[in-house]
Design a protein around this ligand. Structure first.
Ligand code: SF4
Length: 188
């Protein structure tokens, strides 16, 4: 590299002689930063979604490349959040990609001190058996002479991640089983 080229590559020289006198733009670029490309630029597609963390329901753009989530940003089209995400929402990519994400069913039996893995079929059988038993034990035909046909043996409490369609199905399912206490945190 010649002396002139060397001096011109110096950030302070570019700051003093170029169009970036505050040194907060092009003058501060190194060869590496000049070649950086945002993860969003190489995505194959962008999927519209809703932040699953809380009931505010901020809109998200989920960037996908080769079938994998590469970045999640606020959705400027959302009338709720207009492109913004709070720190929790901005970190939701880790919900999908974190190495700490659990993919197995884990069960801690009564008085147990450790989690033990279960296969999904076994877990579903255990849940079904408990639902049937609770329904039977908590069933009421009548209350003060009025026909009620309900169970107070279980309730449904959903989170903010549920959408309209999921809540519709959950309400149908639990009502058909006789539950009367059915609530969720979703407000979208
Ligand atoms: S981005 Fe923050 S405020 Fe918005 S829904 Fe997610 S957790 Fe709630």
């Amino acid at each position: 590299m010649g002396l002139k080229t060397f001096i011109e590559s110096w950030p302070v020289y570019r700051q003093l002689t170029g169009d970036d006198p505050l040194g907060r733009g092009s003058a501060a670029y190194s060869a590496t930063t000049r070649n950086l490309v945002p993860r969003t630029a190489t995505a194959d597609r962008v999927v519209k979604s809703v932040c699953p963390y809380c009931a505010v329901g901020c809109g998200q753009n989920v960037y996908v490349q080769d079938g994998r989530v590469t970045q999640i940003e606020g959705d400027p089209d959302s009338p709720v959040s207009r492109g913004r995400l709070c720190p929790k929402g901005a970190a939701t990519k880790q919900l999908v990609t974190s190495s700490g994400r659990e993919h197995r069913v884990l069960y801690r039996r009564p008085h147990g001190t450790d989690w033990e893995p279960l296969d999904l079929d076994t877990a579903m059988e255990m849940i079904a058996e408990r639902v049937l038993r609770s329904r039977r034990q908590g069933w009421q035909d009548e209350d003060e002479g009025k026909k009620v046909n309900r169970t107070l043996g279980f309730a449904s409490l959903g989170g903010a991640t549920l959408d309209n369609e999921e809540n519709y199905l959950i309400k149908k399912l639990f009502t058909s089983m006789g539950a009367v206490q059915i609530e969720n945190q979703a407000r979208i």
